[in-house]
Design a protein around this ligand. Structure first.
Ligand code: SF4
Ligand code: SF4
Length: 363
């Protein structure tokens, strides 16, 4: 048995399911726990964890996939930039198929735009260094997990004296949407399965205000099936005892304070702003834009371009999915007009999107 197998051990997972069932037996109103991270959503679908839980515990998915929460307007600007003759767009692969208002980067690439998939923003810096006559734009999308490497790429470009490297930044930070969801009376979340990778950067203490201001228990949880089930058990215990504190199930990776070095780079290069979230709206202080001291690297400021008028996709329920209010099967387009091969909404595009997970592994 290797190290990982023990975290996927069927007996252990079933044992945890029995313990959870014993804990909540006879409860009339189900306990509702939200996983806010797309990787958790994938794990929950992949290992069929919902089916192992008793009816007294309900898991709902939240806004935890950075691709899914990126609004159409951002894609429209990226698409407009890709149409400029001297611009090379560099991006992680997931962004290619996300539909903007009327097109996608995939469509633009097929029409001849220079759009390149990279595995790290530093690859984009290398492309800029190798193409001095071009302007190279990296699509900076992601939560606190990816934002430090994007900040690092800006520092690297500055150190190399590059004036043709830019970032179109749409980074989001995690705790704020959780606060908004906690305050939503329609949702009544009894606890959060807090993200693992994000928490490794920001530290578990970043969620403490959710416990004190909204009395919602939080457990920072790993991605393996035993992690998730243990996280659910810890949340159930807190909820049943009327407690609300931040616990760390994923202590093999996450600390209370997080990664001070990554936090320092983020604070140096980015500054918080009121960011728009697809389907959720503008959330105060929930995004990271490039700080004034680095504005020469900000694609939005440095490369003026005409962006098309914003259009939303008719019938798409992504906004409600991201708020945990409906399940993929509730969307009339699910599995018909909207599939991973031909996505209408962002939640069907990203491998971590709730609709994509439901389509791949069943509802
Ligand atoms: S970036 Fe982090 S929070 Fe977002 S889906 Fe991936 S692991 Fe989860
Ligand atoms: S099925 Fe497609 S259109 Fe419907 S909510 Fe999911 S991604 Fe959006």
């Amino acid at each position: 048995m290797n190290y990982l197998d023990s975290f996927r051990d069927k007996e252990l997972v079933q044992g945890l399911a029995r313990r959870i069932a014993e804990l909540v037996r006879g409860r009339e109103k189900p306990l509702v726990f939200m996983e806010v991270c797309g990787t958790h959503t994938m794990a929950i679908y992949q290992y069929g964890l919902r089916s192992l839980l008793p009816p007294e515990v309900k898991l709902i998915s939240g806004p935890g996939c950075p691709v899914c929460v990126t609004p159409n307007g951002y894609l429209d600007r990226a698409i407009a930039l890709s149409r400029l003759p001297d611009v090379i767009i560099t991006t992680f692969g997931d962004m290619l198929r996300v539909p903007g208002s009327t097109s996608s980067l995939m469509v633009e690439r097929a029409k001849g735009a220079d759009i390149r998939v990279v595995y790290s923003p530093l690859d984009a810096v290398r492309i800029a260094a190798a193409n001095p006559a071009k302007r190279v734009v990296f699509l900076g999308v992601g939560f606190e997990t990816t934002a430090p490497t994007v900040a690092g790429s800006i520092l690297a470009a500055k150190a190399q004296g590059l004036s043709n490297y830019f970032v179109l930044a749409s980074h989001k930070t995690m705790p704020q949407p959780m606060a908004i969801l906690s305050a939503d009376p329609d949702l009544s979340v009894d606890g959060y399965i807090c993200p693992a990778h994000v928490s490794a950067i920001i530290g578990a203490d970043a969620y403490r205000f959710l416990c004190t201001e909204y009395q919602v228990p939080c457990v920072v949880t790993g991605f393996e099936p035993t992690d998730v089930m243990q996280g659910v058990e810890m949340l159930a215990r807190q909820a049943l005892q009327g407690e609300s504190r931040v616990e760390i199930q994923y202590s093999r990776v996450v600390s209370r304070e997080g990664n001070a070095k990554a936090q320092g780079v983020l604070a140096e290069v980015f500054t918080p702003f009121d960011a728009p979230w697809r389907g959720i709206g503008v959330l105060p202080g929930s995004g990271l834009r490039i700080a004034d001291a680095y504005s020469e690297f900000d694609a939005e400021l440095a490369i003026p371009v005409q962006v098309e008028e914003l259009k939303e996709h008719q019938g798409c329920l992504c906004g409600e999915i991201l708020k945990g209010k409906v399940a993929p099967g509730d969307c009339p387009l699910f599995g018909g007009k909207c599939t991973p091969e031909s996505p209408v909404g962002a939640c069907m595009v990203s491998s971590e999107g709730t609709c994509a997970a439901a389509f791949k592994y069943g509802r």
